[in-house]
Design a binder for this molecule. Structure first.
Ligand code: FAD
Ligand code: SF4
Length: 535
């Protein structure tokens, strides 16, 4: 017998070993929904739930320690809850899966199939194209029939998204959002949007002003229990060189905690959410954000529960319509929209590079060591907590990579690695599409690019920075501002005549030819300094 198979049998599950297995129910790390369709017609006498932690899922991108720890502990809590229901669970914790020689999900599942010889594998459609493709190919090789069930942990079925998308030249959130708000009857009154308008952006997205955010509510955090501590210990042992820290780990890891996190947001932060949605402030990572993305993405929390809780808060007078609409737009709008686009465009999405950006990602993205204060702040909290809010991701780190000209696939690998909420279906459209314009305008009608002046307006990061946001050349010039003008120049052919971007591009006409030449030379020097290469 092969040594690996011996090891596997030594670890085989305790109960009902000899009974023939009907369904091997595969539950992946981001499918931790106790009401999952995978358990439809579950038969405790004949079915086995199978779950595995494997090394490759933390190394195919260089995963932040807190991200890996969150997956492990949430999966372990889920397995334990399933066992408590009397269900048979074959769970491979990382030390055991490594001892058995399982490098990746394919090798682990292949061994599971050999052990159980199930009549069928049952799962919910995986959320990640790579995982789905690799596992389906393995099942085909092994000639095991598969029953794939729909993921009902979303608000919009993929088929409905595809029907909406068919034949469209442009995909705009606003069209999608209005249609599904009507269909799902969210914030609607007699067929009209509550508050008389669909979009309250004009009232949202203000900065904190000079006085700053004042006393901020402390969000509910969850001290690691024994299971979480063990998961963290495994991460520290097996991935010691990985980026990020687990020292402040306090994310929700069960459905109960996820619901408590949502309730805390609705009660204490939602009212202020909209107005300061885009604002940033030094050493204040959470502000008025919900901090529920990881719970949603691991399927600990259902998006409809989130949407209805926010809607109820409006009706109870807990939060104004602008805040509630702004929040619901993110969950019912953006989140569902990017998921549909991911499946609509994969696998092509992965290789998109509409702006032909080729530079390597600067090393300081992994260390936070840079004298750009805004970047140091956002990278610092990212490494500490595995969290940054949307505008920090889009207009600080994402904006910087875009302006510099970093190859979008490297930017994508970084975003997928460093956030606790990072799963590809939501991360990739946000990174390649919204942030890097690599899809050529599928998600965004023009690039989200801005100079240091935007960051100065929306934060206090520039105070105390060695650079000055209004300067584009010279020793104190803000790198964002230099690279911004250089970006406009480099991509003028594409955007200067486009109706949606022409106004922004026209602003460079006020620069003299000497200024343009000096900016170009300074941008070249920055590319050398940050990437060690010329653009
Ligand atoms: P809030 O600001 O309080 O928003 C509430 C919820 O709305 C979030 O929990 C999230 O589920 C949803 N949401 C908000 N914005 C978006 C969006 N643009 N797309 C999809 N859902 C949204 N989100 C992820 O969940 N995973 C990712 O890997 C991810 N990668 C991103 C990469 C880039 C480059 C950018 C620009 C954004 C990314 N986002 C990602 C979207 C967004 O930044 C996060 O969802 C949000 O910051 C999570 O924090 P929160 O729960 O406090 O969100
Ligand atoms: Fe960032 Fe430029 Fe402001 Fe410094 S001056 S914090 S680099 S935007």
């Amino acid at each position: 017998m092969l040594p690996r198979m011996q090891n596997l049998l030594a670890n085989a599950p305790e109960a009902n070993e000899s009974a023939p297995i009907r369904h091997l129910i595969v539950v992946l790390g981001d499918q931790l929904d106790p009401a999952s369709q995978a358990f439809e017609e579950f038969d405790a006498a004949r079915d086995v739930i199978w779950m595995a932690e494997v090394r490759a899922e933390s190394t195919h991108v260089w995963s932040h320690k807190a991200r890996t720890a969150l997956f492990f502990t949430a999966m372990r809590h889920f397995a334990s809850a399933q066992r408590a229901l009397g269900r048979r669970v074959d769970y491979w914790e990382l030390p055991r899966s490594m001892a058995a020689g399982f490098e990746d999900l394919v090798s682990a599942l292949t061994a599971g199939i050999h052990t159980y010889q199930p009549q069928r594998v049952v799962w919910v459609k995986p959320g990640d194209y790579r995982v789905e493709t690799e596992l389906k190919a393995a099942l085909k090789r092994l000639s095991v029939p598969l029953i794939e069930r729909a993921d009902t942990h979303f608000l919009v079925d993929l088929e409905d998204f595809f029907d909406w998308a068919k034949g469209r030249r442009e995909f705009r959130l606003e069209h999608f959002y209005r249609l599904f708000r009507k269909k799902l009857d969210v914030l609607m009154e007699a067929g009209e949007p509550v508050g008389g308008q669909w979009n309250f952006d004009a009232e949202n997205r203000k900065s904190f002003g000079r006085k700053g955010p004042g006393v901020l509510p402390t969000p509910k955090r969850f001290a690691p229990d024994e299971i979480t501590q063990a998961a963290i210990a495994d991460v520290e042992r097996y991935f010691p060189e990985h980026p990020g820290s687990t020292a402040s780990f306090a994310w929700p890891v069960t459905p109960e905690q996820a619901n408590a996190a949502l309730d805390d947001f609705i009660q204490n932060r939602l009212a202020q959410y909209g107005v300061h949605q885009d604002a940033m402030w030094s050493d204040a990572p959470w502000l008025h954000h919900a901090l529920i993305s990881s719970a949603l993405n691991l399927k600990l929390l259902h998006p409809m529960r989130v949407v209805r809780a926010a809607e109820a808060a409006f009706h109870q007078g807990l939060a104004p319509i602008a805040a509630v609409e702004g929040f619901i737009r993110q969950v019912l709008g953006w989140r569902e929209f990017v998921r549909g686009l991911y499946w609509w465009r994969m696998p092509k999405y992965l290789s998109d590079n509409a702006l032909n950006a080729t530079l390597p990602l600067p090393d300081f993205f992994w260390t936070g060591k840079t004298d750009m204060r805004c970047m140091a702040q956002v990278l610092g909290q990212t490494l500490e907590h595995g969290y940054a809010h949307h505008i920090q991701r889009l207009m600080v780190t994402g904006n910087f990579a875009l302006l510099l000209g970093v190859q979008p696939q490297q930017v994508h690998a970084w975003y997928l690695a460093v956030y606790v909420d990072a799963v590809e279906w939501v991360e990739m459209p946000n990174t390649l599409g919204m942030s890097q314009f690599a899809d050529g305008g599928v998600i965004a009608s023009k690039p989200y690019c801005a100079s240091g002046k935007y960051i100065e307006r929306m934060s206090n990061y520039c105070q105390g920075c060695r650079y000055q946001p209004e300067l584009s050349t010279g020793a104190s010039a803000c790198p964002f501002t230099t690279l911004y003008w250089d970006f406009l120049e480099r991509h003028a052919d594409r955007f200067a005549k486009h109706p949606r971007s022409a106004l922004q591009w026209r602003s460079r006409e006020r620069l003299s030819s000497e200024q343009r030449a000096a900016i170009k030379a300074q941008a070249e020097r920055l590319r050398l300094e940050f990437c060690g290469l010329k653009g």
